[in-house]
Design a protein around this ligand. Structure first.
Ligand code: AMP
Length: 547
């Protein structure tokens, strides 16, 4: 659909396209700031101009509707410009997880059929190494923070800033159908080849509205409002930084993009730019809470949504003691990602902080318009009694229609009209979901299921424990038995032994917090727990190491 001509009497056919998100900030926040590290600061007015310039650059380089543009950058203002310009010209934005292996990068770029890549010069050596194996890529645009083009044998179209500087600030964006594909990226799943998920304009717009409503309208301790200053701590390639850049832009919020994640830079930006709202996986929060600097600075204005993995109660407590407001949310690549958030219900508003913390670490209640169910292996719904567990299945306006060019895996994902998450959960009488495991991570001991996440959560509350990971290891008698790996908080190295952890977990079982058969037999103190490319505990790697 290009520009449409309307006849008298013909109503405007309003399409939920990404460009519509820019209407409000144009008049509401034209002078609001967007900051990139300590290198650049500009206003929303500049953002709008630069989106137009980028659209001109891309179309001048031959990008047409339906083509795919890969973005291969750290979190930056350029990424934000791409979030809008690429889909607004009708092309598909492929966000590259640069932590993938070169083979996986080749696979995903060919599979997504990337036509052009916008790549930070730090990643050029990877591209040089794999270029001959890329079957669809035609054009390369390089990002150089210092403006200097690197030496390379690759055929480069130009440097991003240079190209934008030469481009017209006006672009006549086409009228798009809201179902036009807008974005794609690949799951970080640890088995098999990466799987491509994809989302339309309509889905991203509805997701933005959903995100804003759960944060701004409900009683959400981390709620996002126009007074916030936003800095992502989840890479923008990971499920569009959970969709928050779209929401922040629509609200006209000050945005801070940290580039490559370097602890000193993150802390500097957090304090100097007065960041109030972030989101990250537990590992990042853990790193911050564990750093000695955190105790010396005021973090009491900082609200952080924790997702991507269960928020352990021990970590939530440690963050709260530093004045940080934390809250759990849940989603996955396939779900755009928002599914649920641990918001309070009206009768909980006045509860004391300790009792509220028990709510905040839950997987949460579904976001508006999201429908969840737990089902048995035949797809029958199970009771919501806070005990019975089953596979969590979802319906929402923003779920991936399937895996790109993979009908077989799509059949597994979508069954009976429900998206199957592969997560085991229970739902309580209040409607709160609690994820207890990934199906493939459940520990099966003597026919009983032991929740690895419950074990880790309990372990996180031991005073000496920094991080904990539970896995099942093969056992002749029981099939599998739980095993616990822990890293220690600084200063506890000589103070605790493996047996102390067993005693602690036994006591938890005596107190009824876990079943007796759930007490791990084996405890190993390690220096580090392996992580996936998005910073989650890598259970597959752990099983490889300890099986
Ligand atoms: P990804 O597609 O890489 O974002 O991974 C999604 C998976 O992360 C989900 O299927 C869950 O297993 C896990 N996950 C995300 N959020 C949570 C949460 N709040 N609690 C427990 N697991 C979570």
């Amino acid at each position: 659909m290009s520009k449409r001509v309307y006849q008298p009497g013909e109503a405007y056919d309003y399409q939920l396209t990404i460009g519509q998100l820019l209407e409000t900030p144009k008049f509401y926040a034209p002078n609001q700031e967007i900051v990139y590290r300590d290198k650049l600061r500009y206003t929303y007015k500049d953002l709008f101009v630069r989106i137009n310039q980028l659209a001109n650059v891309l179309t001048d380089l031959g990008i047409k509707q339906g083509d795919t543009v890969c973005v291969f950058d750290f979190d930056s203002h350029r990424y934000l410009e791409s979030f809008f310009a690429i889909p607004m010209i009708g092309a598909v934005m492929h966000t590259m997880n640069w932590r993938l292996s070169p083979e996986q990068i080749i696979y995903t770029m060919n599979h997504a059929e990337d036509d052009l890549v916008i790549i930070h010069k730090e990643f050029l050596p990877i591209l040089e190494q794999i270029k001959d194996k890329l079957t669809t890529l035609k054009k390369i645009v390089v990002i150089a923070d210092d403006g200097k083009m690197p030496e390379t044998k690759l055929n480069i179209e130009g440097e991003y800033e240079d190209l934008l500087g030469k481009a017209s600030p006006d672009f006549d964006f086409p009228d798009l159908d809201e179902n036009t594909k807008a974005s794609t990226f690949y799951t970080t799943g640890t088995t098999g080849l990466p799987k491509g998920v994809y989302f339309s304009h309509r889905q991203l717009v509805l997701h933005t509205l959903g995100l804003i409503s759960i944060g701004g309208c409900y009683d959400s301790p981390t709620g996002l409002s126009v007074r916030d200053v936003y800095m992502p701590l989840t890479p923008m390639f990971h499920v569009h930084a959970w969709g928050v850049p779209y929401a922040a832009t629509m609200l006209g919020i000050k945005q801070v993009y940290p580039g490559k994640y370097e602890p000193a830079m993150l802390l500097k930006l957090l304090l100097e730019e007065k960041v109030t709202f972030s989101h990250c996986v537990p590992t990042i929060l853990q790193m911050l809470v564990g750093s000695p600097v955190a105790k010396q600075v005021d973090l009491s204005h900082w609200k952080v949504i924790i997702g991507g993995a269960r928020l352990p109660k021990g970590l939530a407590k440690a963050a709260t003691e530093l004045g940080i407001t934390v809250q759990a949310a849940y989603g996955m690549s396939e779900t755009c990602p928002l599914v649920s958030i641990s918001n309070f219900k009206p009768h909980m508003f006045e509860w004391d902080k300790e009792k509220q913390l028990d709510i905040l670490v839950k997987t949460g209640i579904p976001a508006p318009m999201v429908k969840v169910e737990i089902v048995d292996p035949s797809g029958n719904p199970l009771p919501h009694d806070g005990k019975v567990t089953g596979e969590l299945v979802i319906r929402a306006p923003w779920l991936t229609p399937g895996y790109f060019k993979d009908p077989e895996k799509s059949k597994d994902l979508w069954r009976n009209g429900w998206l199957h998450t592969g997560d085991v959960a229970y739902i309580d009488e209040e409607g709160y979901i609690q994820i207890t495991d990934r199906i493939k991570d459940v520990i099966k001991s003597g026919g009983e299921w032991v929740s690895s996440l419950d074990l880790e959560n309990l372990m996180s509350m031991h005073e000496a424990v920094l991080e904990a990971a539970a896995i099942g290891i093969p056992d002749e008698k029981w099939g599998e038995r739980p095993m616990m790996l822990v890293t220690l908080k600084p200063g506890f190295e000589d103070k605790v032994k493996e047996e102390d952890f067993k005693e602690y977990m036994k006591k938890c079982a005596e107190d009824g917090k876990i079943p007796k058969y759930g007490v791990p037999d084996k405890y190993v103190i390690v220096d580090q727990i392996p992580k996936t490319s998005v910073g989650k505990i890598d259970k597959k790697e752990l099983r490889k190491m300890y099986h």
